[in-house]
Design a binder for this molecule. Structure first.
Ligand code: ZN
Length: 255
């Protein structure tokens, strides 16, 4: 079973485990490029985890100032609208802490400055799990591979290992009291999954969270059906019972 060295040429897909929360983690940090990314990819899972008492925080690398069609707004005004939408969407799934790093939408690069800022957030929040985006191109679906998503996924994983845990990485962080922290596990959205989370009971929270992004979804017509069909195919791929809904991730242990 699974994806082991030597089986690559036979094109076997990794098997998909179905996640069950048993207290494995208490603190979850989500690091994504734009407002709404986490809601499309993982807000059903977030609702599940917060319902179990997990504390979840979001880091948004940009404020989505290049998204949507309303050209009447300035970049700053659009950023303010989208930050507000994201705060409300976070509340809809039990998340209170939302930080915006203020990078320009569309211009994000995975560089040392971004790695340092994410490492600082990790050392400050001390998560047991980081959820981020896929740093690799998804050849099936171009929307998953927005350059900002790939850059943020790459920087976040490098911040998990080695930056956040290595006392010699970014020594100013230590000087400012941010002691090293090891994040034991990372989940990546928009990737070849090996983990599915049953969100059937939390699907309505996901829909509510996405409806908060009014500047992006317009009147939201067809949104729920679209979300449902994605979630059904995730569940089916994981071998779950009919009519179940799931979000899926690539899970990686990091120690
Ligand atoms: Zn995005």
């Amino acid at each position: 079973m699974g994806f082991v060295n030597g089986e690559v040429s036979s094109m076997k897909k990794p098997s998909i485990d179905v996640f069950e929360y048993t207290g494995q983690f208490k603190r979850v940090l989500c690091v994504v490029a734009h407002p709404d990314d986490i809601d499309f990819g993982a807000s059903g899972t977030i609702a599940y985890l917060t319902s179990q008492g997990c504390e979840v925080a979001y880091v948004m690398v940009t404020s989505g100032d290049a998204g949507g069609d309303d050209s009447k707004l300035t970049r700053r005004q659009r950023a303010a609208v989208r930050e507000n939408e994201q705060r409300k969407a976070a509340q809809a799934v039990g998340v209170k802490a939302v930080a915006f790093l203020g990078y320009r939408d569309g211009l994000v690069e995975s560089n040392l400055k971004l790695r340092k800022e994410i490492a600082q957030k990790i050392r400050a929040f001390k998560p047991d799990l980081v959820i981020t985006q896929n740093p690799e191109r998804n050849w099936e679906r171009i929307y998953a591979s927005h350059p900002d998503h790939m850059a943020v996924g790459d920087a976040a994983i490098k911040a998990v290992y080695p930056d956040a845990r290595n006392p010699h990485a970014f020594p100013r962080l230590m000087k400012n009291g941010y002691v090293p922290h090891t994040v034991p596990e990372v989940w990546v959205t928009g990737s070849e999954p090996n983990l599915a989370v049953d969100i059937t009971k939390f699907f309505s929270y996901k829909v509510s969270a996405l409806r908060e992004h009014a500047s992006q979804i317009g009147d939201g017509e067809g949104l729920e059906d679209r979300l449902k069909s994605w979630a059904e195919s995730n569940a089916e791929a994981a071998g779950m019972k009919k009519n179940r809904l799931a979000e899926s991730f690539r899970r990686m242990e990091t120690r």
